[in-house]
Design a protein around this ligand. Structure first.
Ligand SMILES: [Mg+2]
Length: 366
């Protein structure tokens, strides 16, 4: 069985956990500091209940709820928490996959009681970080991810042979991964409403999703991070800030494992472009997050459309080599020393203590 662990309203929940004054209050996390001129990048469940959702201009959110609490996004904090949750789950000694900044997948094949493992993960996450997660358990990642969405927040949902039909009948098709956009709309136009309607048409689709897992304690083939934005986004500054953030996460993990990468892969998906993915192989291997980011920008420059709408994006580093010995070039060596110092400070004082400016400034006025 696969366990899909999805954090509930991740960014907003972290802010509420850190500041008890915000607990149980309608709260939005804005993509930048000026509270009336930003976009909601996360909403607490209390704000969601009022109809406030991510992607909405903050001004509109304040019209709905004038007493709304506001916090500017601090991505360093979210990455730090995400990495800590990953470390906690790694302790189980099972194959573990980083599905996105707030989603993790555990391969619990061979575990007698995956439901109690799911409970334990939820309890430990809550005990350590004071935030809740919803866990979905099923035979493959597609169904497990779907299950995680069915009883949010703080849910624990098992889909097995005994309740497959009944569960899929209750789940609307757009809840299924990959069915949120064009494909889902096309199928719904054909009269398919629930996941069960799709199952009857294409049972194989639900069977052939075993999931990918990095082998723990072995050199991985690639290191990647991806993120699905709450809404489509076509502001290039915002998209670049997300690429910068994902590059940072990839860089941190490369350096942690003493790896460097020659090939950087960027993929973007959105309603107009479908999926776009391309890679760039450079002669010099790198584990410098900023360099990974620059290579991504070069890939992005090759896209035919200039400012397409983006819904999801991912950065991956492959052709990995163990980084042995010092760098040859002085400049590189200096930069390497600086990056290591940066990682040391962050691991001592909490990730995000020092952070590249672009990551924090998600929206910047041109
Ligand atoms: Mg989530």
């Amino acid at each position: 069985m696969i366990l899909h662990i999805d954090m509930d309203a991740f960014f907003a929940s972290i802010e509420q956990a850190i500041n008890p004054r915000l607990k149980n209050k309608p709260l939005i996390v804005g993509s930048r500091g000026s509270k009336m001129h930003t976009v909601v990048c996360a909403a607490s469940y209390q704000a969601k209940a009022l109809g406030i959702h991510s992607g909405m201009p903050s001004r509109d959110a304040f019209v709905i709820c004038p007493s709304l609490e506001f916090v500017a996004a601090d991505q360093g904090k979210y990455i730090w928490t995400s990495e800590q949750i990953f470390e906690l789950l790694k302790e189980y000694g099972l194959p573990l996959n980083y599905a996105s900044i707030d989603e993790f997948q555990l391969d619990a094949s061979g575990i007698k009681n995956p439901v109690s493992l799911g409970k334990k993960a939820k309890e430990q996450i809550y005990a350590n970080f004071n935030i809740t997660a919803s866990v979905g358990i099923a035979k493959n990642w597609l169904l497990a991810k779907l299950a995680s969405k069915l009883n949010k927040p703080d849910g624990l949902t098992l889909i097995d042979d005994s309740n497959l039909e009944q569960t899929l009948k209750k789940a609307s098709l757009n809840k299924l991964c990959g069915m949120g956009g064009k494909t889902g709309q096309m199928l719904m136009d054909q009269g398919l409403k629930t996941c069960w309607d799709l199952y009857l048409k294409m049972p194989g689709f639900f069977e052939q999703n075993p999931g990918k897992f990095e082998e723990i304690n072995q050199k991985p083939k690639s290191i990647s991070h991806s993120y699905t934005l709450p809404r489509v986004e076509n502001n290039p500054q915002v998209i670049k800030a997300w690429i910068r953030l994902l590059s940072e996460m990839v860089g941190v993990r490369l350096r942690e494992q003493n790896l460097a990468s020659n090939t950087v892969h960027l993929w973007l998906s959105g309603p107009e472009i479908g999926g776009f993915g391309a890679q760039k192989t450079a002669q010099i291997a790198t584990n410098d997050s900023y360099e990974v980011y620059l290579r991504c920008l070069k890939i992005m420059a090759r896209m035919p459309q200039k400012a397409p709408k983006i819904r999801a994006l991912g950065v991956s580093a492959s052709q990995l080599t163990l980084q042995d010995g010092p760098f040859l070039l002085i400049e590189e060596k200096r930069r390497e020393a600086l990056i290591r110092a940066f990682d040391r400070i962050n691991s001592r004082f909490g990730e995000g203590s020092i952070y590249p400016a672009q990551v924090t400034v998600t929206h910047s006025k041109k």
